[in-house]
Every structure is written in structure tokens, then in C-alpha cells.
Design a binder for this molecule. Structure first.
Ligand code: NAP
Length: 408
């Protein structure tokens, strides 16, 4: 299926850059000047792609900025640790709607082009979508963990081109072998939300399978993408979960394992929480006023931690510019952390963190049946604007998935 072809005889890939000096030199000099023995063979698919289909935006704005293109340039491997993934399914997260609107553009552009060498707007055409489940098409020279044809899943960081597309490039350390027990549609629903919950609860919150048993966990926004994963993770690690959600989501969160459910629409949540024992850990997927009062329900002076996913970091950078925005952010988090520490609890912010290694661990939890995907609605590639509108309406009950390759 896959031909061993000589890199230099493949015009569609002539932009590739490799770490090996000899190969880069070969590419610069052109075919006639080099000895073939100086260049390594790599495995390339027999099909020659130069363009691909994607949903893109050429400017920020409302849903009408989404545009279908069947002439996006096929992505190239620029670093030897990268892979090209053929996307079978992708999924949407609130960040996709926010990025479409221009949220985070200043910080993300700084990451894309730290020296500001490119002109403004150089991020366009921009492909949205962070989650992918698919198969490896090509591997960079330093990739040994994957080979073409492997079924993989990944969450791609927001400063890179996204997954609502036929192909996407990822760094090998962002990618993991997909759980065998899941279809691509199911698998695409998990990477971004699971890595976000993993970062918040394990890396920032310090919870793990060895210390979670019997701990009391409170989750706000339990019915969404992050919440539905977080409930299952805490139950898999032996925690006791209280989930805060709308009444119509209570059956869903109970099925996922929540021990206690609080309906935030039927009365004051703080009043209902007063009747329960204090908590060891709070995951806040809602933010706003919740963060002012909910840390009061943590056990004092026992290492209990409040972690929120709703932070002003990207907004500050958009509003104030990179330097002032980061300074303002540092002052805000520092002040809040100290204020809470004086009251005997930890206050933290958490962010999505791409990691193939963490996804490997999540794969084990999924394949052992401890975590299952919660797919609310599936759209085809032609229905992407509808999928964005669905997400924009809010009230998610799990995830919105896009089948890039339509299943018969
Ligand atoms: N910092 C990061 O890197 C990072 C990464 C991922 C996500 N996030 C943020 O984390 C939040 C959650 O993400 P997600 O993907 O889970 O979003 P989502 O899928 O849209 O879920 C949000 C859920 O919260 C529920 N909800 C809304 N208001 C609520 C309230 N007052 N109390 C309890 N539940 C409430 C919604 O349902 P109802 O409205 O029907 O109740 C919905 O089920 C979003 O704000 C997102 O932007 C941050």
C-alpha cells in the first residue's frame, strides 16, 4: 500500500524541512546537485495529495464566516517529530465558537509567530476544531512510536491548524493510539475535554488513582463535555462525586456515576450545599459568580483545592496586549491564590494541555470500560455550520461530533 519513494522526487512535498542537515541541504540545492545516498528514504503514501477539503474562516465573526474549501493546501511535515493524520471524525468545543469570534487571537498569534515576522491576518485561512480521531498517513523521520495506518486520536493545540478538515498535522507527542473499543465518532468526542479535566484534576489538583478514594468532589457544569468526563474519571479513581447541573441532565450524570446531583435551576445551590459535608476538591466549569462563594464549601487547612477552567488569561491579552495582559493575569491569579490560602484552601486555574502520554492513560481507562464517551449529536462534514450553531445554543449534554468521513 505504501511505497518507499525518494523524497526529492516528490514535488508536492518539496517544502518539507528536516533536522538532518544533509537532507535540508539536499532540498535547498535541488535534485541535480545531490547524491541519492545522502538522503534517507521515508515511507510515503502512494496517493499524491496537493489539496484537501476543510472548513475554514478568512476573518473572525459570526457563523457566516465559516467557508467550505476544497482547495486548502495539503499540510506538510515541518519537524521530524510530526505526523499527518487522516481525519475520520472531529468534534467541537466552546473554544471553537470563541475562536471563530476572534477570542484569544492576540495570544494565539503570539504563539504562532513570536517574532511578529508575518503581517496581521496571516493566521488565515484558519481551520477550527481541536479533536481528531483518524489514521496516520505520514510520519516525520524521528517518529518511531507510530506508523502509517495506525488508528490514533489527539487534541491539537489552538495555535495550530484544526481538525475540521481532511488531514491535520500533529506533533507525535500530542498523539496516542485510539482506544480499540471506540469507533472514530466516539473517540473524537474525548481528547480535548479529557485532557482538560486531566490537567485540572491530576496535574493542577494533584488527584490520582492512589489518593482519590473516598474524597469528596464537587463538579459545576457536570453535564457538558468536560463535566461528563470528569465525573467518570473521579468515579474510576474512587472519589465521591456531587454534580451540579440542570434538572433535565440529572439522569445522564447519575448514569455516569454521580453520587449526588444538585439542580442549579430549582433553587439556591449554596443553600443546598450547606446541608452536605464539605468537599476536598471543586472543579468549576462554569465560572462567574460561582468562584466567589463555592470555595467556602471546601474543607479548611487540609489541602482542599478549588480549580476553575474559566480564566481571564486570553481575554486580558486580547484586551491589553501581550505584556500588559500577562501582567494583569499574573496579578489576578496571585492575589486570588493568596487570598484563598489565608482562608486555608488552594485556588488554581487550569488549562487544556495537549499530551499523547496522558491520552495513553485515558485509552486504558476507556478500554477497561471505566470511561465512556458521551456523544450528544453527530453532524456530517457538510453540516459544520449547523454544528457550530448547536454549540452556540449552549446547554450541552456531552459532545457535538463531526464525521469527516461519512459512515455508510
Ligand atoms: N481553560 C481551558 O483550557 C478550558 C478548556 C476547556 C474548556 N474550558 C471552559 O470550561 C467550560 C466547560 O467546557 P465544556 O466543554 O464542558 O462546555 P460545554 O460542553 O458547553 O458544557 C457546559 C455545561 O455547563 C452547564 N451549565 C451552564 N451553566 C451552569 C451552571 N450555572 N451550573 C451548572 N451547570 C451549568 C451547561 O448546561 P445547561 O446550561 O443546560 O445547564 C452545559 O452542560 C467552558 O466555559 C469552556 O470554555 C476551558
Amino acid at each position: 500500500m505504501y511505497l518507499k519513494m525518494h523524497l526529492l522526487y516528490r514535488p508536492a512535498y518539496s517544502g518539507l524541512v528536516f533536522s538532518r542537515g544533509s537532507i535540508a541541504t539536499c532540498l535547498r540545492r535541488g535534485k541535480s546537485l545531490i547524491k541519492p545516498s545522502l538522503c534517507r528514504n521515508i515511507s510515503l503514501s502512494c496517493q499524491r495529495y496537493t489539496v484537501m477539503t476543510s472548513w475554514i474562516i478568512d476573518r473572525y465573526g459570526r457563523n457566516d464566516v465559516l467557508r467550505f474549501s476544497n482547495s486548502m493546501l495539503f499540510p506538510v511535515i515541518r519537524f521530524p517529530n510530526e505526523v499527518i493524520i487522516k481525519v475520520h471524525a472531529a468534534s467541537l468545543n466552546p473554544i471553537d465558537v470563541n475562536m471563530r469570534n476572534g477570542y484569544g487571537a492576540a495570544a494565539l498569534n503570539m504563539k504562532r509567530d513570536p517574532l511578529k515576522l508575518k503581517s496581521s491576518g496571516s493566521e488565515f485561512p484558519l481551520i477550527l476544531g481541536r479533536d481528531v480521531s483518524g489514521e496516520i498517513m505520514e510520519c516525520g523521520l524521528n517518529v518511531s512510536y507510530f506508523k502509517p495506518g495506525d488508528e490514533v486520536w489527539a487534541a491539537i493545540p489552538p495555535w495550530k491548524q484544526g481538525t475540521v478538515s481532511e488531514f491535520v498535522v500533529a506533533s507525535g507527542n500530542e498523539v496516542s493510539h485510539k482506544p480499540k473499543s471506540l469507533s472514530h465518532t466516539e473517540a473524537a468526542s474525548l481528547p480535548f475535554v479529557s485532557l482538560t479535566a486531566w490537567s485540572a484534576m491530576k496535574q493542577i489538583g494533584g488527584l490520582n488513582q492512589d489518593n482519590c478514594s473516598g474524597k469528596r468532589i464537587l463538579i459545576f457544569g457536570a453535564s457538558g463535555g468536560v463535566g461528563t468526563f470528569a465525573i467518570q474519571l473521579m468515579k474510576a479513581w474512587g472519589g465521591h462525586v456531587t454534580a451540579v447541573c440542570s434538572q433535565d441532565a440529572s439522569t445522564l450524570v447519575k448514569k455516569l456515576g454521580a453520587d449526588h446531583v444538585i439542580d442549579y435551576k430549582s433553587g439556591d445551590v449554596a443553600e443546598q450545599l450547606k446541608m452536605l459535608p464539605l468537599f476536598d476538591f471543586i472543579l468549576d466549569n462554569v465560572g462567574g459568580a460561582t468562584e466567589n462563594w463555592s470555595p467556602n464549601f471546601l474543607k479548611k487547612w487540609s489541602g482542599a483545592t478549588y480549580v476553575t477552567l474559566v480564566t481571564p488569561f486570553l481575554l486580558n491579552v486580547d484586551r491589553l496586549g501581550v505584556a500588559d495582559g500577562m501582567l494583569q493575569t499574573g496579578v489576578t491569579i496571585g492575589t486570588k491564590a493568596v487570598k484563598h490560602l489565608c482562608k486555608g484552601v488552594h485556588y488554581r486555574w487550569a488549562f487544556f494541555t495537549p499530551s499523547g502520554q496522558s491520552l495513553d492513560e485515558i485509552t486504558e481507562l476507556v478500554d477497561s470500560g471505566k470511561i465512556r464517551p458521551v456523544v450528544e449529536q453527530v453532524f456530517s462534514l457538510s453540516e459544520v455550520p449547523k454544528a457550530f450553531l448547536k454549540l452556540e445554543e449552549g446547554h450541552a449534554r456531552g459532545k457535538t461530533v463531526i464525521n469527516v468521513i461519512n459512515k455508510k
